[in-house]
Design a binder for this molecule. Sequence first.
Ligand code: GUN
Length: 284
Amino acid sequence: MPAQLLDGNTLSKKLRAEITARAAIVTAKGVRPGLAVIVIGDNPASQVYVRNKVKACEDVGFYSVLERYPAELGEDELLARIALLNADPKIHGILVQLPLPDHIATERVLEAIAPEKDVDGFHIANAGALMVGHPEFKPCTPYGCMKMLESIDYPIRGARAVIVGASNIVGKPMAMLLLQAGATVTICNSKTRDLAHHTKDADILVVATGKPKMISGDMVKNGSVVIDVGINRLPDGKLCGDVDFDAAKYIAGWITPVPGGVGPMTITMLLMNTLEAAEKAVKK
Ligand code: GUN
């Protein structure tokens, strides 16, 4: 029997209805959740992602601003812009779309965002808080993956989780969240020997490598949960994940489609983090 789909669109719809309702409550108290999105350069994928993020804000009743800058923007100019947004009471979340052009030091930019407005959860203070088990903002993609596991009541405690990809955006925070939920976690990277040996043992397999269909069906454990974070465009224009979906779906118990799996959940959790930042601003 083919795997059950972990449908990110359906779950997002449900969560966004909750976000819309909570946004209306804080707005009535005079704090309309506000997100600023900054994108630098003309990376086509980044342009699509930021448009989708701003559109999602509109749909749930948030205030949002999209700031587009040319690839030549200086680092100091970007830092000055972030300082203004840090001080702007209409803005509760600031997101600088990555990757940045090479002449801009990503770390300096991420550290410049006020931690209480860092809805990506990338500031070192937020990454550290997650590491010690008291996250303020969980990075949106891993947060979305956890929500998907929650939606099927998956027994994470004691499960074997394998993450392929060790990035700061997905792999490492994903490992922390699964570890804190009681999983036994392995993080694989591009140098891992005999990757299949690890992946075949995974009750929960999370793949975030950016390599189209690199996980074949025979690398997946029977009945497991396969969460595919990859979004790759093939030469024929079609999108595909990092997992060979058509093969893995006959082996896994649950699997995320691409598109329509993790992608919409990432945006939904960005909305959730922005809402929570605004809710904290009300309480102040
Ligand atoms: N680039 C790819 N994923 C992300 C993300 O979650 N946040 C930001 N800011 N940039 C990204």
